[in-house]
Design a protein around this ligand. Structure first.
Ligand code: PNS
Length: 205
């Protein structure tokens, strides 16, 4: 009998309960499922590629036929390289469909032998997205019912570090520097410092 290997590509920044739900469903219909994390250098992810990979490895450790890998470049080329015959994508709502259809048809044009299979996560996850999870976490909202406990913990750590870094930087520019001459304290505003942390300036080459 033919064995079907599939890839489940995505950004997973961070992995959510919806992603896990789909991995669970995919692992039942495919013989082998590779969760393929995109390392898009143009996007500035909250979690590094290595962090996302590590989280997904821990979250999928109990699935015998699921593995985690990273890729960059064209997804169809990656699929070909690992010998996958199918691509798994989740559709949460009609609003996902248009983009997913366009991507699936373009991928078919690029690689006609590769089939895209759409699956629906449980409806309780239909409103869930990594982008919203990041936003809620950064604004101090409750994320425990949206992501697995491990991811909630990592999000809290990441955000605590960012807040501490931002507060320390703001304090150090508002307080007179130990080495600065008396009366010449920096007058840079904390908000400006925070903005420069959030949006690092591009390095001139
Ligand atoms: O989780 P996401 O961000 O919705 O996943 C999007 C992803 C990674 C599946 C898509 O951006 C992708 O396949 N990128 C790799 C580059 C590529 O093949 N682009 C052509 C798509 S038709």
């Amino acid at each position: 009998m033919k064995r079907v290997k599939a890839i489940y590509p995505g950004s997973f920044d961070p992995p959510t309960n919806g992603h896990l739900d789909l991995i669970q469903r995919g692992s039942k219909i495919f013989d082998e499922l590779v969760v393929a994390v995109l390392g898009n250098p143009e996007k500035q992810p909250l979690f590094s590629l290595a962090e996302r990979r590590k989280m997904l490895e821990a979250l999928t450790a109990d699935f015998d036929n699921v593995s985690v890998d990273t890729f960059d470049g064209l997804m169809v080329e990656y699929a070909l390289r690992v010998g996958a015959g199918a691509v798994l994508r989740g559709i949460r709502a009609i609003s996902d469909y248009e983009y997913e259809l366009q991507m699936a048809l373009m991928n078919r044009k690029l690689q006609p032998g590769l089939e895209t299979v759409f699956m629906m996560p449980a409806e309780k996850y239909s409103y869930l997205s990594s982008r919203l999870v990041r936003e809620i976490a950064q604004l101090g909202g409750a994320i425990d019912c949206l992501v697995p406990p491990l991811v909630a913990q990592k999000l809290r750590e990441k955000i605590d570090v960012a807040h501490k870094f931002s507060a320390d930087a703001a304090r150090s520019t508002l307080e007179p520097a130990a080495t600065a001459p008396r009366g010449k304290a920096s007058t840079v505003k904390a908000s400006k410092v925070r903005a420069s942390i959030v949006k690092p300036r591009k390095r001139k080459s």
